[in-house]
Ligand binder design. Structure first.
Ligand SMILES: Cc1ncc(COP(=O)(O)O)c(C=O)c1O
Length: 446
């Protein structure tokens, strides 16, 4: 090309959660069955959306208007339904005009970072969910700026680290939280949310709260949506149906904009999101028409409670099995359906490996990088067929570890998964002597 055509941020776009699939597929073709623990799609993992939800979808699909475009902001009646639900929960009160629909939160995320002023930055959690961190880094053409979630404190955010970085980087315009968090399953206590809102207020920032898992917080987790503590600080909350119904293939999510009347710049930014969406016409219509009927059904919340209770049980069991390995730090998730295990400092080295067939070994060999947790993940895949995601390369983290899911609905299979994972971890760690001290996680500052 006679002129540069690759965006300077292109190298920041990485989604290891799906990229590892290519390696896993090659290993499957070589005869090793794969256990897919890398991706957060409950349906692909075998959860069956309830028959009554399918009936509602079928009924709505028979109406010709479900095939039409919808207004750019989203269907009026659906936005009014969501605003009303939000207002009944207490906290900030909104109207349908504060809601904007997208083709899934993936679309909302790329629109938001894409619409930001080129020099404005959003600080996010570490470990980071790559759709946010990659989109933010690609927008800035620079590495994503993160604050630390502390594995030694059950993944509580390090508020000192957050404030220090906010103070030191005047280009930071917003703080991102993911609540409940992906990949850690952490649920932000109310006082932590309030402290983060306070930092935003004191430094003149807005907040982005990704709440796609907010209705999948476990009983007793203390889940509070940002709306309950936001006060007068400008903010954007993100919700969707991908994980809840679950219907990720519907590509349906929305943002709720809080306090746009408090700041003229924030108001202009919010309008630019709508203007961007107008260029794309609108979001998918069918799921928007279905949404109030499903969420308003008396069976909806009991159905979610049942699912969440199963994740909670599996989270506790996973923590019990894996915390018996001294080189691993792990905390049971309190929401969503992921857990993250962290290797203690010095537990990993370049000489460790697991036995594998010659073909599986040959497949992983070109992908083995200096990232020690990524090496473990590839050896685990080749040896057991268990496909998880490394923390350092998959979640933009300075910790060594891996994320797995709590989506295996067959309890017997889940138990075997944990047994095999624990056995592989022990064998891998014992395959070459550990170096250094194994008493604390490897948590160098971001
Ligand atoms: C925290 C978080 N936000 C957003 C998304 C994307 O959701 P959607 O299916 O609505 O694009 C995911 C998907 O895994 C997620 O985990």
């Amino acid at each position: 090309m006679r002129t540069a055509i690759v965006h300077p941020g292109a190298d920041n776009l990485r989604y290891e959660i799906r990229q590892i699939v290519e390696v896993a597929k090659a290993i499957a073709a070589a005869g090793q069955p794969i256990r897919w623990e890398n991706i957060g799609d409950p349906v692909a993992k075998g959860e069956r959306p309830p028959a009554w939800i399918k009936e509602i979808v079928g009924e709505v699909a028979r109406d010709d208007l479900s095939f039409a475009y919808s207004p750019t902001k989203g269907l009026d009646e659906t936005r009014a339904y969501i605003a009303n639900e939000r207002n009944l929960e207490g906290g900030i009160q909104i109207t349908a005009e504060d809601i904007l629909f997208f083709n899934g939160l993936g679309d909302a995320i790329s629109t938001i970072y894409g619409a930001l002023h080129p020099t404005a930055r959003v600080i996010g959690p570490n470990p980071a969910y790559p759709t946010h961190s990659s989109a933010e880094a690609a927008h800035a053409g620079l590495p994503h700026i993160t604050y630390r979630l502390d594995p030694q404190a059950g993944w509580r955010p390090d508020l000192e680290d957050l404030e220090t970085k906010v103070a030191a980087n005047p280009q930071i315009a917003a703080i991102l939280i993911i609540n409940p968090d992906n990949p850690t399953g952490f649920v932000y206590p109310q006082e932590t949310l309030a402290a983060i809102v306070d930092i935003a207020r004191r430094y003149g920032l807005f907040l982005i709260s990704d709440e796609i898992y907010s209705n999948l917080a476990y009983a007793g987790s203390g889940m509070h949506k940002l709306a309950s503590v936001i006060g007068e600080v400008p903010a954007i909350a993100m919700r969707g149906i991908s994980k809840e119904f679950p219907w990720p293939g519907a590509r349906c999510g929305w943002i709720e904009i809080y306090n746009r009347d408090q700041d003229a710049d924030f108001d202009r930014f919010a309008r630019s999101l709508l203007e961007t969406k107008m260029l794309e016409v609108c979001a998918t219509t069918l799921p928007q028409r279905v949404l109030p009927k499903v969420m308003g059904d008396p069976r909806y919340y009991p159905y979610l409670e049942e699912r969440v209770a199963a994740y909670d049980r599996r989270a506790k069991r996973a923590a019990e099995v894996l915390s018996a390995i001294p080189e691993i730090a792990i905390h049971p998730a309190r929401g969503a359906f992921y857990m993250t295990a962290v290797f203690r400092h010095g537990a990993l080295n370049l000489d460790q490996s697991l036995p594998a067939t010659p073909s599986a070994s040959a497949i992983i060999a070109p992908h083995l990088s200096p990232a020690l947790d990524q090496r473990f993940v590839l050896h685990l895949l080749a040896n057991t067929g268990i496909c998880v995601v490394p923390l350092s390369t998959g979640f933009n983290s300075d910790l060594q570890g891996f994320r797995f899911t709590l989506l295996e609905a067959d309890e017997a299979k889940f138990e075997i998964l944990l047994t095999d994972l624990a056995a592989a971890l022990r064998a891998y760690l014992a395959s070459a002597a550990s170096t250094g001290n194994v008493t604390r996680p490897n948590v160098t500052a971001a």
